[in-house]
Design a protein around this ligand. Structure first.
Ligand code: GDP
Ligand code: MN
Length: 527
């Protein structure tokens, strides 16, 4: 199964990592990151001007073993550099095109070392892994790698490094330079609060200089905000540069701290041969994993991993569903959480119901809403979606993920006949805009079709909106609270919208356009 670590970390590009090492005084090969073949040619020329005869080009992607997949290539002319860059910039790993290539002087390597700093979970302390028998194939030599504890206060004892070097083929005259380099690597890791920092290889050149030839740094999510200098946009575990949709998701997460929303697109090669490409929406770490397994076992390809948990607001769950549905080629939507969530599931149900109704869902949906108030949650979801073209089913904690996944399989088989998320279009009621009543809330507007309201409905809307609306004296709903208070109540208004819909009187609409997915509207009045 796909592994998502509990603790989210951000990964830096090789070149970003090297720049940090350089700041601590460790040498790195001269070079630059380029985004086009022409730029690669230019960097070649400039490196040549500084005496380099050959350059090495390396894709800036978070994959290991780049050499084996053509991600590390050498060039001896402008033409070769351009050609290599052109091939590399056309490479794709899953959804993720290579967007950057590092062009560096090719250095004359005499010795390669593997240097890796990690946290030893058992000892709860930093650990230096060191191997002086060369860089590649380290996985096969794991047993021979020296494990040297690092003291948080005193760092690493130079003598313990020297001991490892004395056992290696590297001549003693280089040892002090290597010890210094390793101290600089440790200082870098400390400076940026790295979760891990790997230099593989650290190289000794034929002229005796010691350089970092590669670098991989991960930084704890929690530490990222203390390091704006790193320019990390997405403090999340991603093994690829963020896709456009992941960036949209990240903005949603940043703008709304009620619960967490995590979204990552997954590699989808070969999905044509699977039971179908589907959107996945988990709720709560462990439960999400089990649910992913269950639906993967049914032969589906998951287009994404998503998790909304920690008491997410209806608005956040709504936006998460919209982000999931913005992926092309989906044949269905599978949501399933831990089943024992203490959070009340109807908030999620309201958010999902809004997304499915707004998109006039044509793809089958199975959502396992196990947890507190699950009966109410299932009823909200199924009842509000009853008139949609697709079947939308809610399940409870006693329905296992495996059962829900099987149910999903049969719905997709029966219903999806050619339908895909490509055809989904967001619809906004035709009375939105124009002269209808509207007031602003954070991220959008609430619209009310007062022409269709009467005193009886208004009284119910007051209840459904948790008292945010009241009768204006003429049977029409108006705000019962100051606009500032209403502005923060997006989720209460979503609940009201869905209850109006269920009652067969869809007179309220919460317009929350998502930047990057929906057309930008300034006032909300120009629909
Ligand atoms: P990775 O395979 O993705 O970890 O990419 P690396 O940047 O570590 O490069 C892989 C291998 O390419 C290194 O272990 C070196 O053997 C070789 N290599 C990379 N840069 C140079 C260079 O400047 N000169 C020479 N001679 N070899 C290099
Ligand atoms: Mn490497």
């Amino acid at each position: 199964m796909l592994g998502f670590p509990e603790d989210a970390v951000a990964r830096l590009h090789e070149y970003q990592g090297k720049t940090l090492l350089k700041k601590q005084g460790l040498e790195i090969p001269s070079g630059m990151v380029v985004r086009s073949p022409e730029e690669a040619g230019e960097v070649f020329q400039s490196l040549q001007g500084h005496g380099a005869e050959r350059v090495v080009l390396k894709i800036q992607a978070w994959i290991t073993g780049r050499k084996a997949v053509g991600g590390v290539q050498f060039a001896q002319s402008v033409e070769e550099a351009e050609a290599a860059a052109s091939v590399m910039l056309g490479m794709k790993f899953g959804h993720f095109p290579v967007q950057e290539v590092l062009v560096e002087e090719c250095v004359a390597i005499a010795h390669e070392l593997f240097v890796s700093l990690t946290i030893d979970d058992a000892a709860r302390s930093p650990l230096l892994l060191l191997d002086a028998f060369g860089g590649s194939g380290i996985e096969d030599r794991a047993a021979g790698v020296a494990r040297i504890p690092i003291s948080v206060t005193d760092g690493v004892h130079p003598q313990s490094i020297r001991r490892v070097l004395l056992d290696s083929p590297i001549p003693e005259k280089h040892h002090e330079a290597i010890v210094t380099a390793i101290q600089q690597i440790i200082a870098t890791a400390k400076e940026v609060e790295a979760r891990s920092l790997e230099v593989n290889p650290l190289v000794v050149l034929e002229d005796g200089r010691v350089l970092a030839a590669d670098c991989r740094v991960t930084i704890d999510d929690y530490a990222v905000f203390r390091h704006p200098e790193l320019g990390i946009e997405i403090a999340r575990e991603l093994d690829h540069p963020a896709t456009a949709l992941e960036q949209v998701a990240y903005r949603v997460e940043q703008d709304d701290h009620r619960g967490t929303f995590y979204f990552a697109q997954l590699p989808i090669e070969g999905h044509e041969d699977s039971s179908g490409l589907i959107g996945f929406h988990g709720a709560g770490g462990g439960g999400s994993m089990m649910s992913m397994d269950a639906v993967s076992n049914e032969g589906f390809t998951l287009a994404n991993f998503c998790d909304t948990s920690g008491n997410p607001s209806a608005a956040k769950v709504y936006r998460a569903a919209r982000v999931i549905l913005a992926q092309p080629g989906l044949a269905g939507y599978f949501g399933s959480g831990s089943g024992v969530a203490s959070q009340e599931q109807f908030h999620s149900a309201y958010g999902l119901a809004k997304a499915f109704n707004e998109m006039n869902m044509t793809l089958p949906v199975v959502i396992r809403l196990g947890g507190n108030a699950e009966d109410r949650a299932v009823e909200i979801l199924e009842d509000s979606c009853r008139d949609l073209p697709a079947t939308i089913e809610g399940y409870r904690k006693d329905d296992t993920p495996a059962f829900c996944a099987q149910r999903f399989t049969s719905l997709v088989k029966d219903e999806s006949g050619g339908n895909s998320s490509d055809q989904l279009v967001r619809s906004v009621p035709d009375w939105v805009g124009g002269d209808a009543e509207a007031f602003p809330i954070e991220g959008g507007h609430v619209w009310i079709n007062t022409d269709a309201c009467d005193a009886a409905l208004t009284a119910r809307m007051a209840e459904w909106s948790s008292g945010l609306l009241k009768d204006d004296g003429n049977g029409n709903p108006v705000l019962a609270v100051p606009e500032e208070e209403a502005a923060k109540a997006d989720s209460e208004f979503i609940a009201c919208e869905i209850e109006c819909l269920r009652a067969g009187t869809p007179v309220l609409f919460v317009d929350l356009p998502i930047e990057g997915i929906d057309p930008v509207t300034n006032s909300g009045k120009d629909h």
